[in-house]
Design a protein around this ligand. Structure first.
Ligand code: UD1
Ligand code: CA
Length: 453
């Protein structure tokens, strides 16, 4: 049976107290509504409809997904009315799964189970048992059979004691759903067209309503304010950390890693505390990441060690490399095998060749560095003249003395030696020694100045 998904996102989200629409607030750097869209995609939905009410342009720009059909609900007349707006896009033979854009942790397995238990003629309904059911729609059962849902506002004292509540998530056949939605009335405590009224309609037509439960209650929890958002963020991170450990990673503290993207790992990696992973990150075998590192859209080879407090962005670190502590690899940094950068070394659009080292206090920008090069402490590539960026090339085996300035564009040949403290502005050929600094003079009998009266 082909599946269509309707995601309700028309709420204004006043309790976020934000100029950003509620459903664009992120969990792990990804808008809540995108989490729900991604879950729907994992179910191979044929059509994906998002019902919005406010800030349409902002939503459509932020999500920018050609698979999404945007459906405007100009007036918020209730959940039933909202679903009805999308039905025009949906083929009668399809099943329709209703999701909520502010319920971002809904699991694909939970939804697949709901799809699987849906009766041919009838409704699959996701319910959950809550100790504090106040505010939710209550599931009404008659000798075990679901016969309806009563919204909290409309419920009697007796009905309010029911702890099984409606999560809002359900699946029904489109043709049946269209019929029921036509017959909704808004004659209730809220004056809204309740989607939940279709349950009694379905039952009265002798059709079955079968319930399923989510794997955890947090899967069906909504984020209406920033406290709830933070709770869901922590839950999401807890799950990510668990999945990583199940894949074989050692996490020194699973509560102190944040994964805001996708990470793929080899065997036996170890991650220390307070590490943030962003975007797409790939780690080889036996990679070690020290405390307080931020790693974004980067690739790290086998046996590499990233020491504490290092920041990597769009960097490629080869096998057996060492980075940090306190190193910064900016976009376009590439370290080939067995190379190393130490503390307070910054690289940008720079390749550090096999076995080369920059141990301390260095800036390397727009630079191509060969093999076995030693970059002395305090070396700076002067790659910017205030208008243009220029390149530095350093040949294999070169030795750059400490505190040198290499003024680009500049070419330094193989096995060159640069004397410490040099400012290099001219090409140096293979095997040459370049010393470019003021000559030292020693003055005998030097008299230090004395304080004037
Ligand atoms: C709804 C359910 C209730 C369930 C609860 C779970 C109904 C009538 N009630 O109640 O049984 O226990 O969710 O959280 O369905 N929305 C629109 N357009 C509208 C109205 C709502 O898009 O016209 C969206 C909202 O943005 C929100 C969702 O639908 O994301 C639920 O609406 P809300 O008004 O919060 O329903 P509840 O009263 O919480
Ligand atoms: Ca709600």
């Amino acid at each position: 049976m082909a599946l269509s998904v309707v995601i309700l996102a028309a709420g204004k989200g006043t309790r976020m107290r934000s100029s950003l629409p509620k459903v664009l607030h992120p969990i792990a750097h990804k808008p809540m509504v995108q989490h729900v869209i991604d879950a729907a995609k994992a179910l191979h939905a044929e059509s994906l409809n998002v019902v919005y009410g406010f800030a349409g342009e902002q939503l459509i720009t932020a999500i920018d997904d050609p698979n999404v059909q945007w459906v405007m609900q100009s007036e918020q007349l209730g959940t039933g009315h909202a679903v009805k707006q999308a039905m025009g896009n949906i083929k009668d033979d399809n099943d329709v799964l209703v999701l909520y854009a502010d319920v971002p942790l809904i699991g694909v397995d939970t939804l697949q189970n709901l799809i699987d238990i849906k009766p041919t003629n009838g409704i699959g309904l996701l319910t959950v048992n809550l100790e504090q059911p106040a505010g939710y729609g209550r599931i009404l059962r008659d000798r075990g059979t679901i016969v309806g849902i009563r919204e909290h506002k409309d419920a009697t004292e007796d009905e309010r004691t029911v702890k099984e509540v409606n999560t809002g998530i359900l699946i029904a056949n489109a043709r049946q759903l269209k019929g029921w939605l036509e017959n909704l009335s808004n004659d209730n405590a809220s004056g809204e067209y309740y989607l939940t009224d279709i349950i009694a309609m379905c039952h009265n037509e002798q059709n079955q309503i079968i319930s399923a439960q989510p794997a955890t209650a947090l899967e069906v929890e909504g984020a209406n304010n920033r406290i709830q958002l933070a709770t869901l963020e922590r839950e999401y991170q807890r799950i990510q950390a668990q999945q990583l450990m199940l894949k074989g990673a050692t996490l020194r503290d699973p509560a102190r890693i944040d994964i805001r993207g996708e990470i793929s790992i080899g065997e036996d990696i170890v991650i220390d505390v307070n590490v943030i992973i962003e975007g797409k990150v790939k780690l080889g075998n036996n990679v070690t990441i020290g405390a307080n590192c931020i790693i974004k859209n980067s690739q790290i080879g086998n046996n590499a060690v990233i020491k504490p407090n290092s920041i990597l962005e769009e960097a490629v670190v080869g096998d057996n490399c060492s980075v940090g502590p306190f190193a910064r690899l900016r976009p376009g940094s590439e370290m080939l095998e067995h190379s190393a950068v130490g503390n307070f070394v910054e690289m940008k659009k720079t390749t550090l060749g096999i076995g080369s080292k920059a141990g301390h206090l260095t800036y390397l920008g727009d630079t191509l560095i060969g093999e076995r090069v030693n970059i002395g402490a305090g070396t700076i590539t002067c790659n910017y003249d205030g208008v243009n960026k220029s390149k530095t090339v350093i040949g294999d085996g070169a030795f750059i003395g400490s505190n040198s300035s290499l003024v680009a564009p500049i070419h330094i040949g193989k096995d060159v030696t640069v004397g410490a403290g040099s400012t290099i502005t001219k090409t140096i050929n293979e095997n040459e020694l370049a010393v470019a600094r003021g000559k030292q003079i020693n003055i005998k009998g030097w008299q230090r100045p004395i304080k004037k009266k």
